[in-house]
Design a protein around this ligand. Structure first.
Ligand code: CAA
Length: 285
């Protein structure tokens, strides 16, 4: 079982970031989204991200064009028949993911591996709806994918050791450090990270400190690269809320109740960097 080409569903923040990482590592990439406008937006973000790496002298102009040349786009699921791995990177919504994965299952080759980049939903559950659950696995990248060194590889109850081995080899080829995790809501990193972010919203809501002071506190007091509220804006407040809702529902424990302040910001459409406003305001490009 060797991965040579990768189909990615969703050209949003995670999807275009994963496409960049895969193409930079030499994989042929097929990026799929619902329409050309979504694909163009994703490719523009990807190109911008590569430019930032050139500026930081992590890559050169020629490597950028080689990376872009490996990426093809499509709006047709049938085109996924040619790839050896599909990574679903759509919105963190169980019904949407299930519907996408069902369409993928119908078109991929019988040897293909299917993966979800879900941040919180059970891989065992998603895999059980697939016709070959032994070839279904979680591949969880971190935001922004080109800069974050970790990949969580999540084993569903039915994922085969061969599938795991192929995905670990791919993660290493991408220059990432993989950790292997058993399927459970939020896996390892988000299980620990999101309750901390949610708590920061409670602290803010209770008027204990300003957003800036909360973030400075965690940056300088705990050596975190950015504070929890700035990180929530980077992840997307809707994603943070969706993840806390999954924990609350799955663990049936009120310690996971989402902060009302977070709920309120999401209701207002203040979703973080991607909408130009979250806890903080950003310049809309
Ligand atoms: N591609 C994409 N984004 C990039 C980038 C690139 N090549 N280079 C930088 N960024 C982005 C940031 O969003 C931010 O944006 P703006 O400049 O547009 O405001 C920018 O990083 C800051 O860039 P710098 O060059 O000043 O910063 P840096 O390169 O020194 O550090 C960082 C950037 C590594 C992201 C750092 O801020 C950091 O470590 N942040 C924490 C990230 C983190 O914890 N991520 C995990 C989130 S949890 C998750 O992803 C799991 C989940 O399922 C929710």
């Amino acid at each position: 079982m060797t991965i040579t080409s990768i189909g990615i569903i969703g050209a949003g923040t995670m999807g275009n970031g994963i496409a960049q990482v895969a193409a930079s590592a030499g994989y042929d990439v097929l990026l799929l989204d619902v329409n050309d406008a979504a694909l163009e937006k994703g490719l523009a973000a990807l190109s911008n991200s590569l430019d930032r790496l050139i500026k930081k002298e992590v890559m050169n102009v020629e490597q950028k064009s080689q990376t872009l040349a490996r990426i093809k786009t499509t709006t047709h699921y049938a085109d996924l028949a040619q790839v050896s791995l599909v990574i679903e990177a759509a919105t963190e919504n169980q019904a949407i993911k299930e519907s996408i994965l069902q369409q993928v299952d119908q078109v991929v080759s019988k040897d293909a591996i299917i993966a979800s980049n879900t941040s919180s939903i059970s891989i065992t559950h998603l895999g059980s709806r697939n016709s070959r659950p032994e070839r279904f696995i979680g591949i969880h990248f971190f935001n922004p994918p080109p800069l974050m060194a970790l990949i969580e590889v999540i084993m569903g109850k039915q994922t085969s050791p061969e599938t795991l081995k192929a995905v670990l080899a791919m993660a290493t080829r991408m220059g990432k450090e993989p950790i292997t995790v058993q399927s459970s809501p939020g896996f390892v990193v988000n299980r620990i990270l999101l309750p901390m972010i949610n708590e920061a919203f409670f602290v803010l809501h209770e008027g204990i400190a300003s957003p800036e002071d909360i973030d400075t506190g965690m940056k300088l007091g705990c050596n975190h690269p950015i504070g929890p509220l700035a990180l929530a804006d980077l992840i997307g407040l809707d994603t943070c809320l969706a993840i806390m809702e999954v924990y609350h529902k799955e663990f049936k424990d009120d310690k996971y109740r989402p902060s009302p302040y977070l709920i309120d910001l999401v209701a207002k459409g203040h979703l973080g960097r991607k909408t130009g406003r979250g806890v903080y305001a950003y310049d809309k490009k």
